[in-house]
Design a protein around this ligand. Structure first.
Ligand code: HEC
Ligand code: HEC
Length: 326
């Protein structure tokens, strides 16, 4: 056998393995090319110059309605929920001894506000707003910060043109030197007595994220179809949502764990506190609707207008019955 023959033989063998692997993958039906529509569903980033902003528009006035319905419960009526996450105020305070970090004081581009809301809010029902609603609520949050006037209409042209107060406050980290056009970073590799095991810890109650988001696939169903199994035959049709499910639907669980306090008290502690109290339902109905502080501490609960009266009653009955999870 000449060297050439050996080479040709090896090449042919490799080609055969390649064909076998390709056939193998086909046999199992693994994966399929992402369609342009699927990619578009994930490709939502918005750049400072407005690249990536969708069609649509929204006014400050429309945004006020979107905000009242979807955001005020957590961020406060005027974006002023300081104990939680204030969205307004603090402009000019960053370099002071008492910096207040908000959208208005912190962001350098208004397009980032659009991207953030469009991507992540309203918690936990991210991506549930239309482009028009995101434009509107972004305009409203900018107006709460006195950055745009009350007749401002946000769209693809106007939003990138907004000059944020902190536009020039960001310092891009330059790195020590440039490596192929990117900044390097400095770190000292650990060579002895290094950490053996890294414990990943968190402050949220166990099961919080799972309880919050449920089946992750549901969150993306509107964006891109995924391979999924049909529901099991004979599955029970969903009835009226339980009090427990309603606390997830209306974002109560962002501040209340069932058995762990977060920003507000654990629902089971509420059940214990009001055990045998005949006035509990009336008190809690008013308290949840109007918000307020002083019973569990100084942090106030923002007024909760999301649940209907019937739903609120179901929630309170579930809480007072011991906040049992399925
Ligand atoms: C159930 C509570 C909840 C609701 C409702 C909610 N948010 Fe948020 N929001 C959060 C939390 C929690 C964070 C902080 C997330 C983080 O830091 O990872 C946040 C962060 C933000 C931020 C970033 C703030 C910053 O300083 O970086 C913006 C902007 C925002 N929300 C806007 C909105 C808008 C607009 C709505 C309504 C469409 C909304 N949120 C509804 C809980 C909520
Ligand atoms: C932004 C955080 C936040 C959200 C969202 C929130 N709460 Fe609260 N909640 C609190 C805080 C803080 C308290 C404690 C108030 C106090 O000390 O009086 C509280 C108190 C309560 C109490 C006890 C009230 C009392 O007087 O003993 C109940 C019940 C309650 N919340 C139910 C709900 C329900 C139901 C929802 C959703 C519709 C909800 N909360 C959404 C923060 C929140």
């Amino acid at each position: 056998m000449s060297r050439y023959d050996r080479f040709a033989g090896a090449a042919a063998a490799l080609a055969l393995i390649g064909i076998a692997l390709a056939a193998h993958a086909r046999d199992y039906g693994l994966g399929h090319p992402a369609s342009a529509q699927q990619i578009a569903g994930w490709d939502i980033d918005v750049r400072p110059d407005g690249t990536g902003l969708p069609d649509g528009q929204g006014s400050v006035a429309d945004g006020e309605q979107v905000y009242e319905a979807n955001c005020a419960a957590c961020h406060g009526t005027f974006g002023d929920s300081n104990e939680y996450i204030a969205l307004a105020g603090g402009v000019g305070s960053l370099a002071s001894g008492a910096p207040v970090r908000t959208v208005g004081s912190k962001l350098n581009y208004a397009t980032t506000l659009f991207d953030y809301i469009n991507r992540a809010m309203p918690f936990p029902h991210s991506k549930s707003l239309s482009a028009d609603e995101v434009y509107a609520v972004a305009a409203y949050v900018l107006n709460l910060n006195d950055i745009v006037p009350a007749d401002f209409v946000a769209n693809r042209q106007t939003l990138p043109a907004v000059k944020m107060p902190n536009r020039d406050g960001f310092k891009p980290f330059p790195g020590m030197m440039s490596v192929r056009g990117k900044p390097d970073v400095r770190n000292t590799a650990c060579m002895k007595d290094c950490e053996k095991a890294v414990a990943i810890t968190g402050q949220l109650p166990a099961g919080f994220v799972e309880g919050m988001y449920g089946d992750i696939r549901d969150n993306f169903r509107g964006l891109a179809t995924m391979n999924e199994a049909p529901p099991p035959a004979g599955a029970a049709p969903a009835g009226a949502p339980s009090g427990h499910a309603l606390t997830q639907q209306y974002g109560c669980v962002a501040c209340h764990g069932t058995d762990k306090a977060i920003v507000g008290p654990a629902f089971r502690d509420v059940a214990r506190k009001y055990q045998g109290d005949a006035t509990a339902t009336a008190h809690l109905t008013r308290k949840i609707r109007e918000g307020g502080s002083g019973v569990w501490g100084s942090v106030p609960m923002p007024p909760q207008t999301g649940p209907s009266d019937v739903e609120l009653t179901a929630i309170i009955q579930w809480v007072l019955a011991g906040a049992k999870t399925p």
